[in-house]
Design a protein around this ligand. Structure first.
Ligand code: NAD
Ligand code: DAU
Length: 335
């Protein structure tokens, strides 16, 4: 008997990570005949782009829907009756949240509440919330385990932490069948060029320099996007309901070292760096302990940092038009 795939609804599926997840699901279903049970819901904000899914366009159903619109969400759930919901949709960029927090609270908090209420009404069997390592706040030494306290330091992180707590409250109050995943910084193909690595590549492709905030000593734990998606898929399938899982990358690196490595991979001078004004409330370091997901599901990041940067740069060189099409928006953001 061929294995039945449950109907999976992915919010934010036209975004950087959501689209990589949709492609992974489709790739894993290559032997399945007929229509695949994948449904993508996305409002297509500045960050959403169906070009990311062009290679698999006919293999999923798409709804251009705002998760904050209860009526629209209800009508999708009524029609599609998803069994699993994987929730990526969010406003995701810290700098934008520092400029204006409003839409972050609306989409990330209210949108999540509308979605989980719909899941309860329509009897969704599993809800996977894509949270972030930023909920824990910064740390100088050691690593955060899943039971660390929340100390978010910017409006984006607060909005994600609030939604994370809301999901936890639904688990406790209603036995809501949720799993929470907290990944570290993702990078890779199709990332919107507002984020550090993709912005750095775009600036260099334009003949410019990589902008470094402050003294460049802040540390991030980089996770190649396909590694992260393998982890999310494993947790969705076999993770324990009601649990939280960290997904941390291999490459813990100071921003200045990341910039130098990136310049090396791009084959340009290490001088192509410019120090710019620091981000407000800039967290010094994030670092996750991912031993729980390794112990329970055998997941660990596999793509080394240099290898991942090479894959990202190769992709960027082949997709310069797409990256450069985002320049007007990027130049408005970082004027
Ligand atoms: P992204 O900004 O690339 O994509 C977000 C997607 O959500 C876009 O397609 C956008 O159109 C959609 N969206 C935004 N508001 C919406 C709304 N109101 N209704 C429906 N769709 C809406 O983000 P990403 O980097 O792919 O991140 C995905 C998720 O993972 C987010 O929840 C983010 O907080 C989390 N996360 C990201 C990272 C990272 O490094 N990128 C790390 C950890 C966690
Ligand atoms: O840690 C997970 C988080 O990673 C996700 O939850 C967020 O959605 C995602 O945006 C990302 O947040 P960061 O703020 O860490 O990512 P960003 O790429 O914006 O910045 C990475 C580091 O690089 C950070 O220390 C700030 C620095 N930076 C960033 C930009 C855009 C620079 O030095 N120069 C820049 O121009």
């Amino acid at each position: 008997m061929p294995k039945r795939i449950p109907k999976i609804l992915i919010t934010g599926g036209a975004g950087f990570m959501g689209s990589a997840f949709v492609k992974l699901l489709i790739k894993g279903s290559f032997s399945v005949q007929g229509e695949l049970p994948f449904v993508v819901v996305d409002r297509l904000t500045y960050a959403g782009d169906l070009k990311r899914l062009e290679s698999v366009r006919r293999k999923f159903k798409f709804y251009k829907v705002d998760i904050c619109n209860k009526r629209q969400i209800d009508s999708v759930f009524k029609k599609e009756k998803p069994e699993i919901v994987v929730h990526f949709a969010a406003e995701s960029h810290v700098d934008r949240s520092i400029n204006d927090a409003q839409v972050f609270i609306k989409t990330n908090v209210k949108g999540t509440q509308i979605l989980i209420d719909a899941c309860r009404r329509y009897g969704v069997k599993k809800f996977v919330y894509i949270s972030t390592d930023e909920v824990y706040g910064k740390l100088v030494h050691g690593k955060f385990k899943e039971n660390a306290c929340f100390k978010p330091n910017n409006p984006y992180a607060v909005s994600k932490a609030t939604a994370d707590l809301l999901v936890q409250a639904y688990v406790k109050a209603y036995k809501f069948p949720a799993i929470i995943i907290r990944p570290s910084n993702n990078y890779g193909p199709w990332q919107y060029p507002e984020k550090f690595i993709s912005l750095g590549i775009l600036r260099v492709l334009e003949g410019g320099k990589i902008p470094l905030y402050g003294d460049g000593k802040n540390i991030r734990q980089w996770l190649y996007v396909d590694d992260c998606m393998r982890g999310i898929a494993a947790i969705m399938r076999k993770g324990r309901v009601g649990e939280v899982y960290n997904l941390g990358g291999i490459g813990e690196s100071r921003n200045i070292d990341t910039a130098k490595l990136l310049l090396k991979v791009l084959g340009v001078s290490p001088e192509q760096i410019e120090f710019v004004q620091d981000r407000l409330g800039h967290d010094i370091r994030y670092s996750l302990d991912s031993s729980k997901v390794y112990r329970e599901l055998g997941w660990k990041a596999q793509v080394g940092f240099i290898q991942g940067l090479k894959l990202t740069v190769d992709w960027a060189l082949q997709h310069q038009r797409w990256l450069k099409s985002k320049l007007p928006d990027i130049n408005k953001l970082y004027k």
